[in-house]
Design a protein around this ligand. Structure first.
Ligand code: NDP
Length: 450
């Protein structure tokens, strides 16, 4: 790697402090990015010493002290081409520009960049959500195409940087025992669930305009679906890997083409979670209750191709859930015939991939203790080894290596909006009621996953 610069637009924001800088610190600690210059830019009237303090706190003691000492902060309006030119002029070597900005500001910053000649080797790193709907995503793609080639655009989905999610590839494609039975002949359903205890945590400004469908399902969970359903790529090089993911997402649409019947939406009311009293979502500061933003979404889709036709893929994500559950569960069909004389087998086989705790479990039935003809469910479990980097470290490694494998390609970002748009339309038309669930509960009673 040669000397290069990371420019963070939105340096004073939440993402930068909580995820991006700690991920960068972990990557730098491995010594893989020598000679990095770090420039922070935002509207706030900070100076470089305040920025260095933020960077040092996020990196942790003694990590990449040379990078911290050379870090610079430039007060910047990112929607101004002149301001952006000044920031780019401060870069050493090729620059990666990370847009840690609200989505609408990112779009305006990209427009402003079209007035500049970007130096050779510039990379653009964009956060989710990529656009706010399909039209916005394709308009943004058109602007980006005027700035740099597609392989230098990194649309971040940090779930693709999670080592457990990447483990899906090893599990499926480096073993003989699972892959042959992962198809409509053997699989009854696939659930991808990301229910979290976290409530709004002061992020109404962003979340109230997004909701669980756009914030989680349209981005992260469809990426996991793509890894679970894709055909085996010949290599994990970007072009091949992203083609195989795109094949899946192009085949994906709401189950039975009935977006109202195959979706649920709900929001949390006041409740208690981990001994903490939580206000209802509608009462949270900054929330406009009449907008009807959902804090929990469920969507059943079909991957309508030869391998998966007819298998429901059930996606769900909720906030303020008491029994937080983060996993993909592949449920097998029942055996075609259990011999008379064996009894007690009422659980289907299941393969569970946990995204926190990061573990794998295979549930199946064996002859139990005692009566040898009575079947009992058992579970084989294994822990996934932790990756050497947190997700944002992994994402940044791809950026610095000029490897877009783990980023979302432009056409795929548009496909993900296409999949959810009929559901958004059905919700807007009032065809799906907004259910309620108390914070700290396991979600609404009327669920598509039970
Ligand atoms: P914040 O609102 O916390 O931060 C936004 C940053 O953008 C601030 O530094 C803000 O500075 C700056 N900014 C806004 N307008 C301008 C402008 N015109 N010129 C210069 N700077 C500007 O947002 P987040 O950090 O939470 O989110 C950023 C992006 O990351 C979003 O796309 C979000 O969806 C995504 N994301 C966030 C996650 C999180 O946990 N926070 C998780 C995953 C993705 P100022 O204060 O001066 O306005």
């Amino acid at each position: 790697m040669t000397d290069q610069t990371l420019i963070i637009l939105g340096a004073s924001g939440d993402l930068t402090a909580r995820l991006l800088l700690p991920g960068l610190g972990a990557l730098l600690a491995t010594g893989q990015v020598p000679g990095l210059t770090l420039i922070g830019a935002a509207r706030d009237d900070w100076d470089s010493s305040r920025w260095r303090q933020r960077v040092a706190e996020s990196f942790g003691d003694g990590v990449a002290t040379d990078v911290v000492e050379r870090a610079r902060y430039l007060p910047t309006d990112v929607t101004s081409a002149d301001d952006l030119r000044r920031v780019l002029d401060a870069a050493e070597g090729p620059a990666a520009i990370f847009f840690a900005l609200p989505p609408a500001v990112t779009a305006r910053a990209c427009d402003a960049l079209t007035e500049l000649d970007l130096p050779e080797g510039t990379r653009l790193v964009l956060e989710k959500p990529f656009g706010i709907d399909g039209d916005a995503a394709s308009a943004l793609n058109r602007v980006l195409a005027r700035l740099v080639p597609e392989e230098r655009i990194h649309r971040v989905d940090h779930f693709l940087g999670k080592s457990t999610v990447l483990n899906i590839l090893g599990l499926r494609f480096a073993n003989r025992i699972f892959e042959p039975v992962l198809d409509a002949g053997h699989i009854a359903s696939v659930d991808i669930v990301f229910d979290e205890a976290l409530a709004l945590e002061g992020r109404a400004g962003y979340y109230d305009h997004a909701g669980a469908l756009a914030d989680m399902i349209q981005s992260h969970l469809l990426q996991i679906l793509a890894l679970l359903a894709m055909e085996a790529p010949t290599t994990l090089e970007a072009a091949e890997f992203r083609d195989r993911k795109a094949d899946v997402l192009r085949s994906t649409r709401p189950f039975s083409d009935d977006p109202a019947a195959c979706s649920r939406r709900a929001r949390y009311t006041a409740g208690e979670l981990d001994g903490r009293k939580l206000p209802g979502y509608a009462e949270e500061p900054g929330v406009e209750a009449s907008r009807g933003t959902e804090t929990l979404a469920e969507l059943v889709v079909t991957v309508d191709n030869w391998r998966w036709a007819g298998v429901p893929f059930r996606l769900r994500s909720g906030k303020a859930i008491g029994s937080s559950r983060k996993e993909a569960v592949i449920t097998f069909k029942r055996p075609p015939r259990i011999p008379d004389g064996l009894y007690g087998c009422d659980q289907p086989d299941r393969l569970r991939i946990g995204f926190g705790p990061d573990r794998l479990a295979l549930d199946f039935n064996i002859n139990g203790p005692g009566d040898p003809f009575e079947l009992d469910p058992v579970s084989l479990e294994a822990a996934f080894g932790p990756g050497d980097l947190p997700p944002y470290g992994e994402v940044l490694r791809g950026v610095f290596d000029n490897d877009p494998t783990l980023s979302v390609r432009g056409d795929t970002a548009e496909q993900c909006w296409r999949i959810v748009e009929p559901v958004v339309a059905a919700w807007r038309a009032g065809d799906v009621p907004l259910l309620e669930y108390p914070a700290g509960s396991s979600g609404p009673e009327d669920s598509l996953l039970t």
